[in-house]
Design a protein around this ligand. Structure first.
Ligand code: FAD
Ligand code: AMP
Length: 479
């Protein structure tokens, strides 16, 4: 006999587990199905983000940044250190402990909220029936009045560089190295490539990033991207080669020789390890039975409307498996929206205020439109920016690289975008998100009191600069 639920969620990443908790909180009888097994074959919740994505990468970024600071910055502060060394195994263990705490925490939250969890692989059949193949091979049949697909994404593989779990790895393998590779290649200068490249660069690897496109971070505001490119290549020592398309690889005696083409023709580079970070694709393998009726688009994403409804009434899809940025917080917000819709509320999501962050050092963060997008829209806008070099707190922190840039509508003064390249940008960008959520004008930020000394004063000054009123710089134009 099939077990009956108001909601059956497939996948417990930040999309699925948040949707399940919210649905249960709203009084809906909720089940979640998750197939993840750790390396030692233990079931785990939290999806890509908690197990092999956001959290472990940030744990290693933090450790590597500490080492880098100790090696390069402490002396400036008058602190001497002798015999500095890196224990990669200890770093990886700390990362795994954090992952364990968080994934265990998600299991506890699901239980505490009364969500019934099934550990195994879920497949959606016709009439919102979900068949679960449990890890022990037994099956369970669930019937949901509603089903939420939250099956996430997996790394894209490219034929020239097939991963082998040793010399050629994807983002998951790059979080598992047991020592610092002497020479590391990274294919793809996207978010994941830059973050993972930074981790190993800071720990001492010589890092070469091969990127097919000629433009660095095309989705970011180009003033910020140019600033960041200069910093990464000139100061941080990342060797980022733009316009370099990887065409082949050969593994030779524990090393990998990569062939790529740039404007000068074919070239080769040899690395001890190669990270393939060329993007992720939606994951629906084995989850959608032929008769389930759910349509995919031409790129394999589950087709949904603005409120995440699929082509089958009562079946929703959220997170990386649907259109939009592949970000944990985007999936979670969609999860909340869908749970509320199922509970009878008319919930909607504001896709215009989703923040983007790249956790390099300094960090890159933005919300809203870039100047390039506004230009191509033919919008009438005004821009203010402020350099971190003029911020006292940033000087105290030895973190004066970067800037804050704010763009506002020329007529209404409404903030259209905020773009930051600065230490701590991931936290500072929340100010832009809140401002935009509340439809603030640049003047609203100008009239707000910011604590001194803080790096956020650059947000205040950039807002003032929108109208050529910055205090701590000479404004280019008089008012
Ligand atoms: P996922 O987290 O991928 O979860 C999907 C879950 O569904 C998985 O647990 C999977 O096992 C399960 N599943 C799939 N099919 C089935 C099935 N048939 N039956 C049962 N279970 C199934 N995003 C950020 O916002 N910030 C970051 O800093 C960040 N850093 C990242 C770093 C790395 C290295 C990577 C790889 C990604 C990073 N991301 C980051 C992206 C983020 O991880 C994803 O956007 C997020 O995990 C998507 O959530 P999701 O719930 O849609 O899917
Ligand atoms: P993202 O999708 O943001 O994670 O970025 C992935 C990056 O990998 C993109 O900027 C792609 O241009 C880049 N990329 C994809 N295929 C190749 C390739 N064969 N060689 C070099 N770069 C690539």
């Amino acid at each position: 006999m099939a077990q009956q639920f108001d909601v059956v969620v497939i996948g417990s990443g930040p999309g699925g587990y948040v949707a399940a908790i919210k649905a249960a909180q709203l009084g809906l009888k909720t089940a979640i199905v998750e197939k993840w097994l750790t390396k030692d074959e233990k079931p785990s919740y939290g999806g890509t983000c908690l197990n092999v994505g956001c959290i472990p990468s940030k744990a290693l970024l933090e450790s590597s940044e500490k080492f880098h600071e100790a090696q390069h910055d402490f002396e400036l502060h008058g602190i001497g250190l002798k015999d500095l060394k890196v224990d990669v195994k200890a770093m990886v263990k700390r990362k795994e402990d954090i992952v364990g705490k968080l994934t265990g925490g998600v299991a506890g939250l699901l239980k505490g909220n009364g969500v019934t969890a099934f550990e195994g692989k879920g497949m959606l059949k016709a009439n919102k029936v979900v068949e679960v193949t449990l890890h022990d091979g037994k099956t369970e049949t669930l019937e949901g009045k509603n089903v939420i697909l939250a099956t996430g994404s997996i790394p894209i593989e490219i034929p020239p560089t097939p991963t082998n779990g040793d010399t050629i790895v994807d983002s998951e393998g790059a979080l598992e190295f047991s020592s610092v590779p002497k020479r590391l290649g990274v294919i793809g200068a996207g978010v994941i490539g830059l973050e993972l490249g930074s981790v190993w660069k800071r720990l001492g690897s010589e890092v070469v990033v091969l990127e097919a496109m000629d433009t660095f971070l095309p989705a970011a505001d180009q003033a910020i991207a140019k600033d960041a490119f200069k910093f990464f290549t000139k100061k941080a020592g990342l060797d980022v080669r733009l316009g370099a398309r990887v065409t082949g690889s050969e593994v030779k005696k524990n090393k990998v020789e990569v062939t790529f083409e740039d404007s000068e023709g074919e070239k080769k580079e040899t690395f001890d390890k190669l990270i393939v970070a060329v993007g992720r694709r939606p994951y629906t393998e084995g989850c959608l039975d032929k008769g389930c009726g759910v349509s995919l688009d031409e790129r394999g994403f589950v087709q949904v409307d603005d409120q995440c409804r699929s082509t089958v009434p009562g079946v929703y899809a959220i997170g990386d498996v649907v259109r939009g940025p592949m970000l944990a917080h985007k999936g979670s917000e969609e999860g909340i929206m869908v749970a509320e819709i199922i509970a009878g509320h008319n919930a909607q999501m504001n896709y215009d205020t989703i923040p983007n962050v790249i956790y390099t050092h300094p960090e890159i963060a933005w919300v809203g439109k870039t100047e390039e997008q506004l230009k191509s829209d033919g919008a009438d806008y005004k821009v203010g920016s402020f350099s971190m070099a003029a911020i006292g707190r940033a000087m105290a922190q030895n973190a004066t690289d970067g800037q804050v840039k704010i763009i506002a509508d020329a007529k209404t003064d409404r903030i259209l975008g905020m773009h930051i390249f600065a230490s701590g940008a991931s936290e500072m960008i929340a100010q832009g998100v809140i401002a935009m959520e509340f439809a603030s004008s640049a003047e609203d930020l100008q009239l707000t009191c910011f604590a001194h000394p803080t790096n956020s004063e650059a947000v205040h000054e950039a807002a003032l600069a929108v109208d050529n009123m910055a205090i701590h710089k000479v404004n280019r134009k008089k008012r």
